[in-house]
Design a protein around this ligand. Structure first.
Ligand code: ADE
Ligand code: ZN
Length: 344
């Protein structure tokens, strides 16, 4: 359905984001400001040049630019400013809860201390709770193109900050770096009490989703859209209600699907999967949460109830407590009742 009525419903619909790389929220303007503050030379002179460089059409060409952009982040205040800018966008998009990824290895490999990263991010998240009423959790991702030893060392570095990190995840290049490579570090993380998630079935095959579930014991699949290639996997995901954190604009930008009209998110929802809408790396993929919902609505014609179901699924799939989930579900129900009440 098109039109203002639908767009207005989407704009103010309460939203929960579960797949968001904080480094992927680095807008060109902030990139320039931080480069200036930290005396870093960038290969661009204008915002337009940065945007022109974002012509990637697969995961690796995107990742090359994403890691280059992250080089302007050096100090705790930089991570604070990055996270705070994202939270202000969340507020504008009616995001009530967010679970953000961060990639410590992208920074520690450049000599940035782990505590600068985690302290900057969590200080902004605390301010987000206090000043914007947005709740949050933090998930530390291991870069899958680096070694298992590197991931184990990163897990050790995180231990003093365990109270600030709810789970661990797995991101970066999926091809050639299957879940199996990280079996042991995920086992250790589980023993230490971290929850686990992993990117799987984005550029890699459906078998990576099975392996993520069986070998890494993940409670959510990040992306997971290629599950559609394996009917028994689809049935398993439905039966166990294992959530998929789907990122529509990201998937089109990286050519997982050629057009939004080809995206399978609504098809998966209608098959009964616990699918959610997320923005992944919004500064690179053309939009935040509202933009992702609008793109799905305009191309795939879901009903308002189906769009609200994405939020209900995300509340259920989140790492919130039972009490928090109940409160957010009530908030959502209130919104639905108000918006969809029959006109007498
Ligand atoms: N790191 C940031 N965004 C990513 C994505 N979409 N897939 C894998 N790694 C990522
Ligand atoms: Zn991602």
């Amino acid at each position: 359905m098109k039109g203002n009525n639908m767009d207005g419903f989407i704009k103010t619909l309460p939203k929960v984001e579960l797949h968001l790389h904080i480094e992927g929220t680095l807008e060109p303007e902030l990139m320039f400001a931080l480069a200036k503050r930290n005396s870093i030379d960038l290969p661009y002179e204008t915002v337009a040049q940065v945007q022109a460089a974002y012509d990637f059409d697969d995961l690796q060409s995107f990742l090359d630019l994403y890691y280059q952009g992250a080089q302007v982040l050096l100090h705790e205040q930089d991570f604070y400013d990055l996270t705070w800018a994202y939270l202000k966008r969340c507020k504008a998009d009616h995001v009530i809860h967010t679970e953000i990824f961060f990639d410590p290895q992208t920074h520690t490999a450049r000599g940035v201390p782990f505590d600068a990263v985690i302290n900057g991010i969590t200080r902004a998240l605390e301010d987000g709770q206090e000043q914007l009423n947005i709740s949050s959790h933090t998930i530390m991702c291991f870069l899958r193109h680096l070694s298992e030893e590197d991931a184990i060392e990163t897990l050790q570095q995180a231990l003093p900050y365990k109270d600030k990190i709810i789970g661990v995840g797995l991101d970066s290049s999926e091809q050639g770096h299957p879940p199996e490579k990280f079996k042991r570090v995920f086992e250790q993380a589980k023993e230490l009490g971290f929850l686990t998630v992993a990117h799987a079935g984005e550029e890699g095959p459906a078998s990576n989703i099975w392996d993520g579930l069986d070998m890494l014991h993940i409670s959510r699949v990040d992306h997971g859209v290629r599950c559609i290639e394996d009917e028994s996997l689809v049935q398993h995901l439905v039966k166990k209600q294992i959530p998929l954190t789907v990122c529509p604009l990201s998937n089109v930008k990286l050519k997982v699907f050629d057009h939004m009209r080809d995206h399978n998110i609504v098809e998966l929802l209608r098959k009964g999967l616990c699918v959610t809408v997320n923005s992944d790396d919004p500064a690179y993929f053309g939009g935040y949460m509202v933009d992702n919902f609008l793109a799905v609505a305009h191309a795939l014609n879901p009903s308002k109830r189906e769009l609200a179901k994405f939020t209900e699924n995300a509340i259920e799939a989140s790492f919130l407590t039972l009490e928090e989930k109940t409160a957010y579900k009530e908030m959502l129900q209130h919104y639905i009742d108000k918006q969809l009440k029959p006109i007498l």
